[in-house]
Design a protein around this ligand. Sequence first.
Ligand code: ADP
Ligand code: ZN
Length: 721
Amino acid sequence: MAQETRDPQLLLQQVFGYDQFRPHQREAIEQVLSGQDALVIMPTGGGKSLCYQIPALVREGVALVISPLIALMKDQVEALRANGINAHAINSTLDSGEKMQIHEEIGQGKVKLLYVSPEKVMTPAFLDYLTTLPLSLVAIDEAHCVSMWGNDFRPEYAQLSALVDLLPHVPVIALTATADPATQADIVKQLALRNASVFLGSFERENLHIEVQPATQRMARILRFLRDHPGEAGIIYCLSRKSTEQVAEQLRNEGYSAAHYHAKLDRQERDRVQEDFQRDNIRIICATIAFGMGIDKSNIRWIIHYNLPKNIESYYQEIGRAGRDGLPASTLLFAGFGDVMTYRMMIADSESPDEFKDVQIQKLDRMFSFSQATSCRTNAILGYFGESRSQPCGHCDRCDHPVTSFDGTRIAQIALSAIARVNQTVGLQLLVDILRGAANKEIREGGYDRVKTYGAGRSWSRDHWVQYVTQLIDRGLVSIDYTEYGHLKMTPIGEDVLYGRAPVSLTEPEGYKGKKKTETVRKETPRQAFRRELLVQLSLWRKQVADTEGISPTHVLSDATLEALVEDPALFPAQLEKIPGFSAHKRQRYGQDILRVIRSYCHGQDWRKTFKGATYLETLDYLRTGLSLEEVAQARGLGVETLYCHLAWLTEQGEDIPVDDYVSESLKTQIIDRWLALGQPEALNPVMQELPSGTGFGQIKLAIASWQRRQNVGMKMDERV
Ligand code: ADP
Ligand code: ZN
C-alpha cells in the first residue's frame, strides 16, 4: 500500500486501524523519531511492537528488528504484511532464491522492516552488509535476553552492544516485558544504549482474570473450567512431558480438540502443532514451557497452569500470553506443594553455582507464597515487580470472593500432634493418610495405624486436609525439610499453637468458583443471540480466508475487531472505518466481503427494526435489482423524495451510488455553487430558493453528499508525502 502520511497519529489510524495510542506508545515513538535510544518496558500484549513499527514507517530506510525466535519473526511479518507493510524476516528456513529476492527488495528501498536473529546479525558478513544500508532504526525485541538477571539469558544477545557501537547515528529501541529494576538497568548497560529514555508501563493486565486453586482433582476442575469457556483457545502448562501427553489425551477423550507439545517432539511435529493452534485448527495445547515463547496468537482466551511455575516472572509471562487482543481472558493456577518439592530437587541436582541456586529457591518460595496469598493477586504480582498499590484489582479470585477466616486452632493441633507423634518423619501425603485413617500398604507397613492420632481427622475430607496443612506451612507453623525427603517439621510457632499458647486462623478450602457472576444468568435476549450467531458467521468466514491465504485467522482480523463488527452490525463501508483494527489495507481487501457476510446474515433475520441503516439497505437492494427510483418508491410505499434522501445517506456511508443517474451534471453544479456561495449551510431552504423549480431536498442532499465524498477522497490524497 502506498504510504499516505508520516504523522504517527494518522499512521496509527490508517495503517493499524486504531484510534488512540496506549500509554507510553506516543512518547516512545517520539523518542525514536528524534533519533535517540529508548528502552520500552510493557507487559505482554501492552503494544510494544507499534513503538518501533510506526517510527519504521516514518523514518527513511529499513528498520532492523532483532528477535530471538523464528516463529516470533514469522508472526510479526505476517501481521505487518496483512496491514500492507512490506516486511521480511531473514532466517535459516529461507532458500537462497528467497534471500536474493529479499535483498533485491531492500536494495530498491521497498522494505520497511527486516527481522533478523541475533546470531545472524552478528556475523561479519551481515555486519558489513548492514553498514551499506540506510537503516531507520534498530529494534531489539525481548531485550531482557541480554541480561543475566532476567530469566531468559541468551549469550548471542550479549554481543549486541557491538552492533549499537557500529551504528552511532541509528536510534536503538530495546523492548521487553521483564520488569524488575535490576534487569532494566542491566539492559541499558549491556546494550550500551546512549542516553536512553526508559518508558515503563504499568504491569497490570486488566483483562486477565487471575485465579488459583489447590492442586487436587485437577482434571475435574479443568473440565468444569472448560465448560465455562466453550470453543475458546487456551494453553495448559504442565511441568512434565508425560503430563502434557496424559492431559491432552484425557481432554480428547472428553471430546475436546487438544494436542500436546514438548521439547522431545521432533521439530516438524512441533511446528505442526504450533501452526494448527495458531490457525484455530486445535483449540487446546497441553505443553511444557517450551511452548509459547514464539507464539503470537492474540486470541488465546485462557491459560491453565497444571503445575506451579518456577517463579513469578515465568508465571506472569505465561499467563500474559492470554488476551493479547485486550478482550477478557481467564487464568487458572493449580498450586500444590508437591511441585515445590520437585523444583527444590531439580535445583539441588543442577550444576549451577550455589549463589544462583539460592536465587532460584527464593524466587520459588515467592511463587508459592503468592499462590497462598489471601488478598488481591494482582497487587501481589505488581508488588513483586516493584509497583505498589493497595486498592483491589477487581479481576482476581480474591477480589471476587474475599476469603473468610475462622479459628483453626483445633484443626492445627490435630495435625501438629500427628506430626509430633510420628517424630516428624512423614511428608504431606502420608500425614494426610494418617489423619484420615487410611488403610493402605504404606500405613500398615509403617505401623502408622497404631499412632494415637491415626484417624483423628476423619471428619474432614482429604482435600480439606491437604489445604489446611498447606496453610499451616504457609503460616510458618510447619516447615518442610527438603534435605530429608520433604518431611514435615514443627516450628517454634507450631509448638506454641500445639500447646495452646497461640491461636491460628485458617481459611476454608475452595472449589472452582469461576469468575464472579455480576448478574444471575439470564436468558439470552434476541439481540444477544443475533450477535452471537453473527460472530460465528464472521469467524467461519475469517477461518476460510486465513486458510486460503495461509495466514493466522487473527491476522486477517482480530477477535476484538470481529466483536466490534457485531456490536453494532456494520452494514456500510464508512462504518468499517470506525472499527478498531480494521486498517485501511484490510478495508480495501476484506471490506466488501465482510459487508456481504453481515448483510446476508442480516437478511435472514428480523433485524430490520433493530438496526440503524436497515431501511437504507433495503432501498439499495431494490435499486440493485434494476428498478427505477419511482418503481422502488412504489414497491416500498415511500415517496421518491424520501428515496433521494436514502441515496444521499448511502453516499455518505461510502456506498458507490451512480449519482449522475439521479441528478444531472448541470443541476449538480448549480446546487453545489449555490451551497458553497451560501457558506455550506446545514439548513438547505435558502439553497433551494434559486434552483430550478421541482428540485427537492433529496436531490440537493444527494448532490452535496457526492461532492463531500469527493472532497474527502481528495483530502486523503493530499496527505501523501
Ligand atoms: P507486546 O509486543 O507488547 O506483547 P503487541 O505489540 O503484540 O504487544 O500488541 C498487542 C495487541 O495490542 C496487538 O493486537 C496490537 O495490534 C494491539 N495494539 C497495540 N497498540 C494498540 C493501540 N494503540 N490501540 C489498540 N490496540 C493496540
Ligand atoms: Zn484482585
